[in-house]
Design a protein around this ligand. Structure first.
Ligand SMILES: [Zn+2]
Length: 118
């Protein structure tokens, strides 16, 4: 599970962390380049056959976190897709945060485009 929401995923961690067949990674970086590097490193070293994204969009430049651009969500989707394909698996996202409704839709769409290889 890759958690890209601004806030630490307490519930997700509480439920999934004790399960030895699940890895939960909460992205901690709060500067754009470091954030994307952290996701890239995590996905390059990921051996999961199914990758879920806690898809919170509150790290967007026009939301609380002020860190990521819309295109970054597409890139994150691509990284997840490539990691899942490398192991013959799949990927999915679950919508979480995102509080600026002026940009939420296009950010969600960007992630979906990345996840679908567009
Ligand atoms: Zn959040």
């Amino acid at each position: 599970m890759l958690d890209i929401d601004l806030h630490f995923g307490d519930g997700t961690t509480n439920i999934l962390k004790p399960k030895d067949y699940v890895t939960v990674h909460n992205v901690a970086a709060n500067r754009r380049e470091e954030y994307l590097d952290e996701v890239r490193d995590e996905m390059e070293n990921c051996h999961a056959d199914i990758i879920g994204i806690s898809a919170g969009f509150d790290n967007h430049e026009d939301d609380w976190g002020g860190t990521l651009f819309t295109g970054d969500y597409r890139e994150i989707g691509r990284m997840v897709l490539h990691a899942a394909r490398r192991h013959g698996g799949g990927c999915f996202g679950i919508l979480e945060g995102g509080y600026n409704h002026q940009v939420l839709g296009r950010n969600v769409m960007a992630l979906i485009e990345g996840l679908s290889g567009e």
